[in-house]
Each structure stands twice: as structure tokens, then as C-alpha cells.
Design a protein around this ligand. Structure first.
Ligand code: GDP
Ligand code: IMO
Ligand code: MG
Length: 424
């Protein structure tokens, strides 16, 4: 069997958690391949809201395996809390949650470094979630990181002390206050939790599963515009969020990937710093934020809001070889009229749908097409004409099939577009 991929096409928070939870019954294994607790994937389960940071969003389907792959960075403290909150809802983790042995560990000092680096940046902050993601991937690339497999070796404590000493020597150069002792105590408690979880070689595990006919869904974190290579650098995260990251993050070959399901909101949000050409800094942007509850699932920060950006989506579709599209939060736009769609950018006297190298250039102007609002007087089995026109336009411009429209946070608040629908 092959691997399907589900990933965000914008700057994250597109609703990946909800859609993975919905699609999960079609699969045997749900696997995260990159990122770490900077992710916040919201699911409504039995009327309760839960935000997952490392654990794949298939965890509430009891017959599924959920794998945290090699490309992920893991914070033992956060994952312990997550496991407790999933178990509190009556779902056992044992033998259903697997962790890849080559995934890297986030140390308390990684979080401190994240904070010190951001503080030192002054006005040009990346807006990191401060979960230690950048410093952990830095150590991975610099070949001095600690991995999950290390916690089972006799030299773990020594390796920890060596890396911690290195981090403290860097922190000494920063005017940054911290209290490490309580964080360290929680870290070592978390290490004990991890020691009790099944650890696998994800390359052998996934490939054997595929050879045995199992179906795998790889769940992306963050979004394509936050990719370390192709996003709005340096305002990005530190991993490959595009579909290529699935291969390096799970240990599978490119020919194993089949469907690539891309997710976009019907509008656009971004949390943290960096360019956002279609951002609305006026009362319309504020109204979207309030209607959409656009506040970070991980940090609670207000998300910046704006109109959907087709040049950016076209780019993300190319980058990941997206084969179908899911549009979320369509219901939020029920309250808006007109609804704008950015079709191109204008700068330097040219109009183009290609992203310029410098997305922050001051002369860059988004070109919009306006659509009449569709109001809120409609039900799940009908699509108002104005919404249908919006959907048709996106499909035509992006040259891709929209398979699902999400119209609410609940698992079943979805319209499957392949099903026959009554038009108003
Ligand atoms: P993720 O990081 O991509 O999983 O997305 P987040 O969980 O960070 O943010 C998406 C937010 O939108 C969450 O609060 C979801 O419950 C909510 N959500 C997802 N899809 C829809 C939708 O179609 N309509 C509405 N109103 N809310 C949605
Ligand atoms: P999910 O998976 C939205 C953003 C941060 C910051 C930048 C770098 O829920 O979509 P980092 O902590 O990685 O150093 O932050 O990336 N960011 C996210 N924005 N959703 C996320 O994850 C994000 N993870 C990181 O806000 O701008
Ligand atoms: Mg999120």
C-alpha cells in the first residue's frame, strides 16, 4: 500500500487536526513526520476540545496506530501532559502510540535558548512559539543532538550533561533570566514516561506495514509557507513542512506517496512575524479574528487575518504535488460580504501570480477579485450559489479538485464535494 499525506498550505492552523480526525478511519496508521510541540492541532471529541502537540490526530480512533516519526522533535514534558489528557478521555495510549527512535529530544535548555535568541532579536522577532524547536533542529544538523534512542543507553545522563553544559555556555552570553531546576525535574519525569512507550525504527516499521497492506496517513504540522527552505525565510519554522519532508521524516521512498491532500482556510491567517501580503489590519481583519476564534492553539496569541491568497496557494500546491484540496472555515465567511480572493500580485509595474523573492517589498500590492457573500441561511446538504461560485473559481484558478468543505469545528461538519448536492 501507499502513504497519503495531509498538510497545511498556508502558515499553519488550517484545521489539519480536525480533518485528520475525520479521515482517520480510512487508514491503519497516522504518522507525524516533522515539527514538534510548536504544533497545536485542535479536535473536538465527545464535546470536549483537545489540542494535540505531538500525538497524531488519529488517537481518538481506538483501532489505529499513531506514530511520531523520526523527523519530529519531542518535548518529554509536553508529551507527558498530552498522554495524560488523552487517557483522561478514556483512550489508552499503550501499544497505540509509537515513537521513532531517531526523533530528537527537546531539552529544557533548548527552550531557554529559543527565548534568549528571540529576546535578543529586538524588533525583528520571528514570533517563535518558544518551544525550543529551532535550537533542537540546530543541534540535530550540527550533529550534537540527543535522540529518543539515547534514553535507553547507559550514557544518557552523561550525554545530557554535556549538551546542557554547551547550552549554558551559550546562554552566558545573553542577558536572559531563567530557573532551570524545576524544568529539569519535569524533563526527567517525562523521560520516564517516554521509556514506557513503544519505540520503533520508523523506516522498518512503516515499510513493513506498507508491505503488509496497511494504509498510512502522514499528518503535516505547520504549513507550506513556514517550510525552512521554501517558506517566508527567515520567518519560518525549522523543518520541511512540504510533502518531501514525509520521506526524510518517516523513512519512506518518494514513490510510496500517493494522494497529497492540501488544506487551506477559506481566508488566511498567520501567527508570528513575517510577510503576509493579504493581511487585513483594519476592522474586517478584526471581524474575521473574532468570528473565526483566531487565537493560537498553542500560545493563545491573536492570529493575523486576511483574504485567501491564490499565488501563495499555487506555490504550495506545486511544492508538495498536492492532488486534492480541502477548504476549511467556510462558515466563518458566512458573515462577510463581499469576500475577496487575491489572484495576483503587482509590483515593479508587473502583474504576476509568482511569489517574488522578497515578499516584504513595500511596493507589493495584492490584486483582488470580489465575490458576493453567501450569508448563513443554508444547511449542510445545500450549497448556496454564491459559495458554489467561490468554490468553482478556486478549483479553476488552482487547477485542482476540492474534495471537502469544512463548515464547523465538529468532526462531521463537512461537505463531501463528490456527493450529489442540491444547489439553491
Ligand atoms: P491545525 O493546527 O491545522 O490543526 O489547526 P488549529 O487547531 O490550530 O486551528 C484551527 C481551528 O479552527 C481550531 O479551533 C478548529 O477547531 C477550528 N476549525 C477547524 N475547521 C473549522 C471549520 O470548518 N469551521 C470552524 N468554525 N472552525 C473550524
Ligand atoms: P500547526 O501545526 C501556526 C510559527 C510561529 C512562528 C514560526 C516559528 O498548529 O499549524 P517555531 O516555534 O517553529 O520556532 O516558530 O512558525 N508556527 C506556527 N504557526 N501553526 C503552527 O503549527 C505553527 N508552528 C510554528 O508562530 O511564526
Ligand atoms: Mg494549529
Amino acid at each position: 500500500m501507499s502513504v497519503d499525506v495531509l498538510l497545511g498550505l498556508q502558515w499553519g492552523d488550517e484545521g489539519k487536526g480536525k480533518i485528520v480526525d475525520y479521515l482517520a478511519p480510512d487508514y491503519d496508521i497516522i504518522a507525524r513526520f516533522q515539527g514538534g510541540p510548536n504544533a497545536g492541532h485542535t479536535i473536538y471529541h465527545k464535546g470536549k476540545k483537545i489540542v494535540l502537540h505531538h500525538i497524531p490526530s488519529g488517537i481518538f480512533h481506538d483501532n489505529l496506530i499513531n506514530l511520531i516519526g523520526d523527523g519530529v522533535v519531542i518535548d518529554p514534558v509536553t508529551i507527558t501532559k498530552e498522554i495524560q489528557s488523552v487517557e483522561a478521555l478514556g483512550h489508552q495510549i499503550k501499544e497505540r502510540l509509537l515513537i521513532a527512535e531517531k526523533a530528537h529530544l527537546i531539552l529544557p535548555t533548548h527552550r531557554l535558548l529559543d527565548g534568549a535568541y528571540e529576546q535578543a532579536k529586538g524588533t525583528n522577532k520571528i514570533g517563535s512559539t518558544l518551544r525550543g524547536i529551532g535550537p533542537t533542529y540546530t543541534d540535530k544538523i550540527a550533529r550534537r543532538g540527543l535522540r529518543i534512542g539515547d534514553i535507553f543507553t547507559p550514557h544518557f545522563d552523561e550525554k545530557y550533561k554535556t549538551l546542557k553544559a554547551y547550552h549554558l555556555s551559550i546562554l552566558a552570553h545573553y542577558d536572559y533570566e531563567y530557573d532551570l531546576a524545576p524544568q529539569e525535574a519535569a524533563f526527567f519525569e517525562g523521560i520516564e514516561t517516554l521509556r514506557a512507550i513503544a519505540v520503533v525504527n520508523s523506516c522498518y516499521y512503516i515499510n513493513n506495514a506498507l508491505n503488509n497492506g496497511k494504509r498510512v496517513l502522514a499528518e503535516g504540522a505547520q504549513g507550506s509557507m513556514l517550510d525552512i527552505n521554501y517558506g517566508t525565510y527567515p520567518y519560518v519554522t525549522s523543518s520541511n513542512t512540504v510533502s518531501a519532508g514525509v520521506c526524510t521524516g518517516l523513512g519512506i521512498a518518494p514513490d510510496k506517496i500517493e494522494a497529497v491532500i492540501g488544506i487551506s482556510k477559506a481566508y488566511c491567517t498567520r501567527v508570528g512575524g513575517g510577510p503576509f501580503p493579504t493581511e487585513l489590519t483594519d476592522e474586517v481583519g478584526e471581524a474575521i479574528r473574532q468570528a473565526g476564534g483566531e487565537f493560537g492553539a498553542t500560545t493563545g496569541r491573536p492570529r493575523r487575518c486576511g483574504w485567501i491568497d491564490l499565488p501563495a496557494l499555487k506555490y504550495a500546491i506545486i511544492l508538495s504535488g498536492v492532488t486534492e484540496l480541502v477548504i476549511t472555515k467556510v462558515d466563518i465567511l458566512n458573515h462577510f460580504d463581499p469576500i475577496l480572493v487575491c489572484t495576483a500580485y503587482e509590483y515593479d509595474e508587473i502583474t504576476t501570480d509568482a511569489l517574488p523573492y522578497d515578499l516584504e517589498r513595500s511596493d507589493l500590492k495584492p490584486i483582488y477579485k470580489a465575490f458576493a457573500g453567501w450569508g448563513n441561511d443554508w444547511e449542510l446538504h445545500t450549497i448556496p450559489d454564491n459559495l458554489q461560485q467561490f468554490v468553482d473559481f478556486l478549483e479553476q484558478e488552482l487547477d485542482i479538485n476540492i474534495s471537502l468543505l469544512s463548515v464547523g469545528p465538529g468532526r462531521d461538519e463537512l461537505i463531501e464535494m463528490s456527493k450529489e448536492l442540491e444547489l439553491d
